[in-house]
Design a binder for this molecule. Sequence first.
Ligand code: C2E
Ligand code: MG
Ligand code: MG
Length: 274
Amino acid sequence: MFNAKHRETREREQLTKDLRRALKAGDLRVVYQPILDAKREQTVAIEALCRWRHMTRGDIPPAVFIPIAEETGLIAALGEFVLRRACGDARNWPNVILSVNVSPQQFETERFPKVVREILTETGLEPTRLELELTENLLIADLELACGKMRSLQELGVRLALDDFGAGHSSLNYLLSLPFDKLKIDRIFVSKIETGAASAAIIHAIVGIGRALGMHVTAEGIETAEQEQFLRIAGVHSFQGFRFCRPIEAAEISKRLAAEDGACKREVRLALAG
Ligand code: C2E
Ligand code: MG
Ligand code: MG
């Protein structure tokens, strides 16, 4: 028992060292997952997701390395790296929104709004094309302070999404107190649509609240045609999930958007000809 605990601690320490080195050496990457408009099935947004291929252990999932980065203070540097890289890449993708995840610890730093402003200026991405995804367990410490920070970002034109909605605590209180533009329904509810009436009821309720408050509602983790159909009827605005596209490299996103663009122009030409 003691040995297992000891081994775990040692392993975490080693991973922390390796993560620090990877961050310095530029060994982290960013991949992107499209978010589609529920009506037209066109990409309307792209979520940036960080990836780490460890030199000996292979791919380490974000569910493992993000908490380590959060606990050790590396998250601010990691978050800046992702934001800078993603904003730079998104310059090549006009007309779509770029969504970037922001950790609680990153958001809480005093300089966060300044960092966002600087990166936008440096990369030349229009602020209205950037959306930051915050999670529910984020802002408990000081709602008023968080609200002020959110408003200063929104004044720039940046949008704010509440990620993993329903999976954490105090969600409804956040909706009362904080100015979110978008809600992302957590994957846990989507994955249980086919098997549980409760999930379906909760999704209807979330969409109802989101729409009533004038927010855009996205569902994440869509894997099946049945889930897609249910969510479309429920009134979700946009879709994200392996059913449409897994997270892919920036170059693949560019190709995908170019192909969609071609198809769209073709549709317009056909409509004009018809
Ligand atoms: P998230 O922000 O909720 O991102 C969506 C996660 O769901 C991604 O996992 C994505 O690959 C996965 N996903 C998307 N569609 C499906 C689907 O249809 N089925 C299933 N099973 N999964 C799907 P990923 O990339 O492993 O990231 C996990 C979490 O790690 C993210 O959840 C986010 O909270 C965090 N994360 C990832 N990149 C960053 C980052 O750059 N900064 C911060 N702060 N957190 C990050
Ligand atoms: Mg997210
Ligand atoms: Mg999420």
